[in-house]
Design a protein around this ligand. Structure first.
Ligand SMILES: [Fe+2]
Length: 307
């Protein structure tokens, strides 16, 4: 049938305990062994030790063995070394330095979460009650892992690896910088951008609505204001509300809601977006460190050291 979602990521960081504490604050549920679960996606993050921060492994869920056979032969056609096991296919993208594992996984069955009633001009959908967004006091819990953004030293090849090789589709592109790729009905699950060194730019986690984006980020900043990176805003490409925070290793993590959904490929026209419009529709301007994280030079030096 098809690919249908991201499953799990393995993130390498120098200080596992500090990073694990951060993702606990972020609202992921620790399940032991530095593994973390989302509300709807089960165990989706594992934090392991690495000399420099990196995304070690990215899991992609497929429906059945036919999908695995197709991926294995498509990757082989790109001259990528493919490891085929009974339950999956594993291959390494040299551009992003990520090992991608495609395996059979159940599809998401997310309980429907209707948007809260919003009062708008001429429509009083909520009468005599305060807004749910101000009444909630539980910790924000991400529903699922939505996407990862990877720096690649060979964006063109990494894009072919994910599209021609694994079967991702292109949703939109920002020329010279990035391509938004999907393996599900989400607008994007992987974004690969050209970079001087392979690195993990950010992971992104779905929450219920814009109030949860705001509540989640506010709680993170109450604990440590230096975690702030960029938000609150709304992306143009993908349409999602966003707020980015920084983990102790330097990886950005994003709360998002209301991402574009592509169910019928024929009803979506990929577009090419230029400049800042490709980045956001409204919100504060992105800090320079969003485009070029402050530790890039350090990562480049580290990339040339053994280990
Ligand atoms: Fe994102």
């Amino acid at each position: 049938m098809a690919l249908h979602r991201l499953t799990q990521i393995v993130m390498g960081v120098p200080d596992v305990d500090a990073t694990a504490a951060y993702y606990t604050d972020f609202g992921l549920t620790p399940t032991g062994g530095h593994t973390f679960a989302t509300a709807d996606g089960g165990e989706q993050l594992r934090v392991v030790h690495s000399e420099r921060r990196r995304l070690g492994r990215l899991g992609v869920g497929a429906d059945d063995p036919d999908d695995l056979d197709r991926v294995a032969s498509s990757l082989a056609a790109l001259d990528v070394a493919v490891e085929r096991t009974a339950t999956g296919v594993r291959a390494f993208d040299p551009g992003s330095e990520v090992t991608v594992e495609i395996g059979i996984a159940p599809r998401y069955e997310q309980p429907p979460t209707p948007a809260p009633p919003y009062n708008t001009p001429g429509v009083n959908a909520r009468v005599g009650e305060r807004a749910p967004g101000i009444l909630r006091d539980h910790q924000v819990r991400p529903r699922k892992l939505g996407h990862v953004v990877l720096g690649s030293t060979d964006q063109a090849f990494s894009q072919r690896f994910f599209t021609d090789g694994i079967g991702f589709k292109v949703s939109d592109t920002v020329p010279g910088l990035a391509a938004f790729l999907r393996c599900s009905t989400d607008h994007h699950n992987v974004l690969v951008q050209q970079a001087p060194v392979a690195f993990l730019h950010h992971t992104s986690w779905q929450v219920d609505d814009v109030d949860e984006v705001g509540r989640g980020a506010t709680a993170m900043l109450e604990k440590d204001p230096s975690r702030h990176v960029w938000g609150l805003g709304r992306h143009h490409v993908g349409s999602n509300f966003f707020w980015y925070l920084r983990d102790p290793a330097g990886n950005f993590s994003e709360y998002y809601s209301d991402l574009d959904c592509i169910v019928d490929d024929a009803l979506w026209t990929p577009q090419v977006w230029e400049g800042a419009r490709g980045l956001f529709r409204w919100g504060p301007p992105p800090p320079p460190s969003f485009l070029a994280p402050e530790d890039l030079a350090e990562l480049m030096t580290g990339a040339h050291q053994p280990g």
